[in-house]
Design a binder for this molecule. Sequence first.
Ligand code: NAD
Ligand code: APR
Length: 237
Amino acid sequence: MSKPNHIVILTGAGISAESGIDTFRAEGGLWEQYPVEQVATPEGFAADPALVHQFYNMRRAALKSVSPNAAHFALAELEKGLESRGGSLTTITQNVDNLHEQGGAKNVIHMHGVLTSLLCQYCGHRWESHEDTSPEDSCIACQRIAGPRPDIVWFGEMPYELDRIDYVMSQADLFVSIGTSGAVYPAAGLVSEARRRSIKTLELNLEESQGTSLFDESRLGKAGEIVPKWVAEVLSQ
Ligand code: NAD
Ligand code: APR
């Protein structure tokens, strides 16, 4: 693979697994513990907002006891290393944790939102919050009771920052997918987008994903082990 300079990385739950955050579709994963329809859809939120607030309070609280792992730190090093040679790294993540930022990454796109942000369902105001929420809360801007909802993209909703994602894909010379099953679109469609643009593609994942056959190269292993190795290769080129 020639020396990459503008890399776009897509990450999924697998990159945070070694930090102790459950993935979604593994044995005993999040979607086995909580029905998707009840906690990750607008209909579920309308039907039982207290349950959904409780689900995201639990996930937000869990953030306080986890730390970035070697894969997150390696990607932050890669971002610095590429920038020092006039290149760039954009990390598009499906994850709603903030471990990329805690690991030092600066150029991160949260296409599914982030747990530490709230959104008012009435006035659209967005603000940072690390505390528990409930249906009795009011929006800090319009003061409407029950305004705040998790700033998370649920099934059936449009992902965030699609225009910015399209732009960074148009500038990339390497697309790398790390720790995602390739189960959910449009994230799972990015590898096909890369191929259409004749961008080299690499998958780093614990096991084969639904998209493995679409990648030029696929390396299997734990992100905490294979991502630092790959970053060292790129920075030594
Ligand atoms: P989709 O069709 O993109 O996703 C459907 C996927 O949902 C399936 O492939 C399956 O993986 C999963 N799914 C559905 N029911 C499930 C169940 N009972 N158990 C486990 N998995 C189940 O969904 P969509 O409605 O088109 O999604 C639109 C947007 O919402 C996309 O951007 C998607 O990535 C996003 N999204 C975000 C979250 C989140 O928790 N942030 C969850 C789901 C989807
Ligand atoms: N290292 C690398 N990959 C790993 C590791 C690890 N230590 N542990 C698990 N994986 C891989 C699994 O093999 C699997 O392919 O990470 C992937 C996790 O897949 P999912 O649980 O489906 O999570 P993800 O792909 O992020 O889900 C995508 O679906 O529910 C929606 O919006 C939600 O963002 C989520 C999206």
